[in-house]
Ligand binder design. Structure first.
Ligand code: PFF
Length: 452
């Protein structure tokens, strides 16, 4: 059998995990949820949910991946022989492909906005003309479709290069650039007039704004943001060497993911307040309002505004790419290891499938706007089914599998490297308790609330 590739170093592991975690979820979804769900109190619940529920699920998935060193279908075949658990492997392969289909549509929007920023469109358009331009763009037929396919093509090209030369290299290059870019934008944003309001909104909690709904949103967001419940952590962990400390790489990923989301909030919220925009305006928050802000800024400082716009959309694009490669890699690992595909052909095949599915999502804002399934257009359908059903059900089943089906000794062995990591040994029972009881109950409540 062909020898499997592994990530080259601890840094590479954290960079790849964090690259997958840090994505549109942090820059696009987190700020608008913070805006909708009441600011700082939501942020606090999000941090608690990440540490108490999502991180244990992350550990559970990495145990499955590293224990077997296999793709997610192969992993469950190996660990759940003679039971129905291997079917979970199918769900885990299917979910990321479903997600990448619409994720790459949003990735395509960021590519299009980057092109606009490079053409200096934002400073050549009046702020009034800019408002509503997002709606106009996504309702066109060919341009959004073309950008979706271009984004997807770049994604599969990186994945086709392989785990070390593609995924690892790209993540190692992108993540530091991403952090630097978002820090620059955050610092700039803090100098805008009225920025304090945005900062207070993010960091001064008003717990009277919390409802059960906002707490569940916070849990859902931490789940989405850490790329849980869809085989990514299993697949990436299968490339992690036996010497690696899974608790350290998991905690490192969770902390950098939260830090990045909060930094993105600092970059965006002050700008939103400075421009007098309603923070609770929903998913269009960054795409609809930031070009307006750049155009407004461009009236006085055209060069600074142009550079800020380019940096901003470049940040979104890189973040989206490091995540979309992880979404595609799950399918590639399955096709190459279980179905005998060559890596290149697996990439081509997945490009075609997700290109077509994503095409439907892209067109659902334009020519296919009237086609609905369960009352939703394709894009909304893909997003709703993914976030409300596929991710959460997948996450619940994995954590139940690791907490209740796998022998405790095996879980201990993976999380403590055979008992050799003393700090992990001390923490093990605490995390095992979270895996067995707290995480399943938390996710089950989330699933029920989504379905009701
Ligand atoms: N965790 C990544 C993000 O926050 O953008 C990737 C991702 C995970 C995308 C789950 C979509 C998703 F449903």
């Amino acid at each position: 059998m062909k020898e499997r590739e592994n990530f080259g170093s601890r840094m590479a592991v954290i960079m790849a995990f964090a690259g997958s975690a840090i994505g549109l979820g942090n820059i696009w979804r987190f700020p608008y949820l913070v805006g909708q769900d009441g600011g700082a109190a939501f942020v606090i619940i999000y941090v608690i949910a990440t540490l108490a529920i999502s991180l244990p699920i992350f550990f559970a998935e990495s145990v499955v991946g590293r224990r077997t060193g296999a793709n997610c279908r192969g992993a469950f075949i190996e660990l759940g022989k003679g039971t129905a658990w291997p079917y979970l492997g199918f769900l885990m392969v299917f979910t990321p492909l479903w997600i990448v289909s619409y994720y790459s549509v949003v990735g395509g929007w960021s590519l299009e906005y980057l092109v606009q920023a490079l053409r200096l469109d934002f400073i050549h358009t009046s702020p009034e003309a800019m408002s509503g331009s997002f709606e106009r763009f996504i309702s066109r037929t060919w341009a959004p479709l073309g950008f979706h396919l271009a984004f997807l093509a770049v994604t599969v090209a990186i994945v086709a290069l392989g785990v070390k030369s593609g995924i690892e290299k790209f993540s190692k290059f992108c993540l530091p650039v991403l952090f630097a870019l978002v820090v620059i934008i955050a610092v700039y944003s803090l100098t805008l007039p009225g920025a304090q309001k945005g900062v207070a909104y993010l960091f001064k909690p008003d717990f009277s704004k919390l409802t059960i709904g906002t707490c569940l949103d916070a849990l859902g967001q931490s789940f989405y943001s850490l790329s849980l419940g869809m085989g990514i952590i299993i697949t990436y962990s299968s490339y992690v060497s036996k010497k690696e400390n899974l608790m350290v790489s998991g905690a490192g990923t969770a902390v950098s993911d939260m830090l990045f989301a909060i930094l993105a909030g600092v970059a965006i919220m002050p700008a939103v307040f400075a421009a007098g925009i309603e923070p609770g305006c929903g998913p269009g928050l960054i795409f609809d309002t930031l070009p307006y802000i750049f155009a407004q800024m461009g009236l006085q400082m055209p060069w600074i505004s142009s550079i800020a716009a380019i940096l901003f959309f470049l940040t979104i694009l890189f973040a989206a790419l490091t995540s979309s490669i992880s979404l595609i890699e799950v399918g590639v690992a399955y096709l190459t290891e279980e179905r005998g595909f060559k890596r290149g052909w697996a990439c081509v095949f997945l490009f075609v499938v997700t290109g077509v599915l994503g095409g439907l999502c892209s067109l659902s804002f334009g020519p296919l706007a009237d086609v609905t399934v369960f009352g939703m257009g394709f894009f909304d359908l893909f997003d709703t089914v993914a976030s409300n059903v596929l991710l959460t059900v997948g996450g619940l089943l994995v954590v139940l599998f690791v907490g209740w089906k796998m022998p405790k000794a095996d879980v201990f062995d993976e999380l403590t490297n055979g008992g050799t990591k003393r700090r992990n040994v001390r923490l093990f029972n605490f995390f095992y308790f979270l895996i067995r009881y707290v995480a399943p109950v938390g996710v089950a409540i989330l699933i029920l609330s989504n379905l009701l």
